[in-house]
Design a protein around this ligand. Structure first.
Ligand code: SAH
Ligand code: SF4
Ligand code: F3S
Length: 443
């Protein structure tokens, strides 16, 4: 019987993309989607384990949702995604968890969701956390149920085998595998036909994308060229690049296509070679700066954003200052910044003591954030007076008189809404800025 399904997604873009696969599997089994949890028969939380805080948010939400059981006793509450994979059966132990979860499915088990639901209804255990070396969901057309009719994600690979010492992803997402390029292209074509103007190619480390069949090899730089050729008015973005694998061939390919956006997310984590070694990142401070030089040489003006972890195991004050000095040297346009959070069973948890006191981590993170705010402001100030192509996405949060869109550099621009609709490309002169947004007007 058709049930109403509500999905809530936590964590990274990969998870948002996976929720569209889940929506597709479930609607193919005649269930319908609802964005109102109070009228749902099934609620899935697609979860993230990257930091302890991410898991706490999910547990809080699960606790909040328990009250809905009183109203609808048949409610099925499922935990899917990375936290399902990490905690497995523990999520079904009601006494341990302090609340009831009805089903658990890891990231490679989404085809089995209808079966797991049938198990719940039959009063049987409903858990599948088997990771696969092959599953890419290549044949499943994601259901785009979000509210962005302009920009969509295309997942091009799954899993990760980099084993950065702090990271749970290799154990929650399993072996690295690439998706058939033909299925990526046909998804891009479908999106163009449906009116989408931008796609983001997703993987934990897109630069190691590799598809081999007989004598043909498609690597990431080839793939992105193929996607960019689908339609010259389709913007193409990608995330994430690992500094150890980001090739000049990719940069040259980006230079070749106007519609590949000039923005690279290149997670640094730390500016100190000794910390990077403990993190098992496989590049040094100098290697990283060498990649930045290559970007500046091949793609002048390209935006560079990053991720930084403050207070990793054994981080000294001097090592921390090396992160600040590298940030200053590169002048990142944007950054995601985190306090190190020890994750059970990772290399770091096994090998090193989580020995930077929380107060010190917090102070270092604050220094990193304050510096980045200055760098972001400086980056935005450099754009004031320039004229840029902006893809309009929707109305601004503050007022319906204004819309927001993005530049090729992935910066948000707010501009008067008059005569503009979502999906339009327009030429905008940047008139002012804050550290977070640009303001402009149509020229
Ligand atoms: N695959 C991507 C990142 C995935 S996780 C990459 O390699 O760049 C996103 C970010 O979360 C990471 O770049 C890192 O900065 C941060 N992160 C991962 N594990 C963490 C941990 N245990 N504590 C704090 N931050 C963490
Ligand atoms: Fe985690 Fe490193 Fe893989 Fe990124 S590359 S997902 S940080 S292990
Ligand atoms: Fe989180 Fe899993 Fe993504 S741990 S960051 S949802 S891959």
């Amino acid at each position: 019987m058709a049930k109403k399904l509500h999905i809530e997604t936590f964590g990274c873009q990969m998870n948002f993309s996976d929720s569209e696969i889940v929506a597709s599997v479930m609607t193919d089994h005649s269930h319908v989607l609802t964005d109102d949890p109070s009228e749902a028969d099934i609620i899935f939380l697609n979860t993230c384990s990257i930091r302890d805080h991410a898991e706490q948010r999910v547990l809080n939400r699960l606790r909040e949702l328990q009250h809905l059981r009183r109203k609808s006793p048949g409610l099925v509450l499922g935990v899917i995604g990375c936290m399902a994979e990490r905690l497995k059966e523990k999520l079904l132990e009601e006494e341990e968890l302090g609340m009831r979860v009805d089903m658990v499915a890891g990231p490679d088990a989404y085809r089995q969701l209808p079966q797991l639901l049938a198990n719940v209804e039959a009063g049987k255990q409903a858990i599948n956390v088997i990771l696969s070396a092959e599953e890419t969901y290549a044949d499943i057309t994601p259901v785009r149920y979000g509210d962005n009719p302009v920009s969509a994600f295309i997942s091009i690979m799954r899993g990760c085998e980099n084993h950065c010492a702090y990271c749970v992803v290799p154990s929650t997402r399993g072996r690295e595998r690439s998706r058939d390029p033909e299925s990526v292209l046909s998804e891009a074509r479908q999106l163009v036909d449906a009116g989408y103007k931008e796609v983001t190619l997703l993987g934990q480390n897109v630069n190691s994308y590799r598809w081999e069949r007989s004598d043909e090899v498609v690597d990431f730089s080839r793939l992105i060229g193929m996607v960019a050729s689908v339609d010259s008015s389709l913007r193409v973005r990608f995330a994430t690049s690992h500094p150890k694998d980001m090739s000049d061939a990719l940069l040259e390919q980006m230079a070749r296509y106007n519609n590949i956006c000039k923005a690279i997310h290149l997670p640094l984590q730390s500016g100190s070679t000794s910390v990077l070694r403990r993190m098992n990142r496989k590049y040094t401070r100098e290697d990283y700066l060498g990649r930045i030089d290559a970007i500046r040489g091949i793609l002048p003006g390209c935006a560079v954003s990053t991720d930084i972890i403050a207070g990793f195991c054994g981080e000294t004050e001097e090592e921390h200052r090396e992160t600040l000095s590298l940030m200053q040297e590169v002048g990142f346009d944007f950054a995601f910044m985190f306090k190190y959070s020890e994750r059970p069973d990772t290399l770091a948890a096994q090998r090193y003591a989580d020995d930077v006191p929380d107060k010190v981590k917090t102070r270092r993170l604050t220094e990193v954030i304050e510096l980045q705010q200055k760098l972001s402001l400086a980056s935005n100030e450099r754009d004031v007076g320039s004229v840029q192509e902006v893809l309009a996405e929707g109305f601004s949060k503050r007022s319906d008189d204004y819309m927001m869109g993005r530049t090729s550099h992935n910066k948000v621009v707010v501009f008067p809404a008059e005569n503009v609709k979502p999906g339009d490309y327009l030429t905008v002169r940047i008139t002012s800025c804050t550290s977070a947004t640009l303001k402009g007007e149509k020229v």
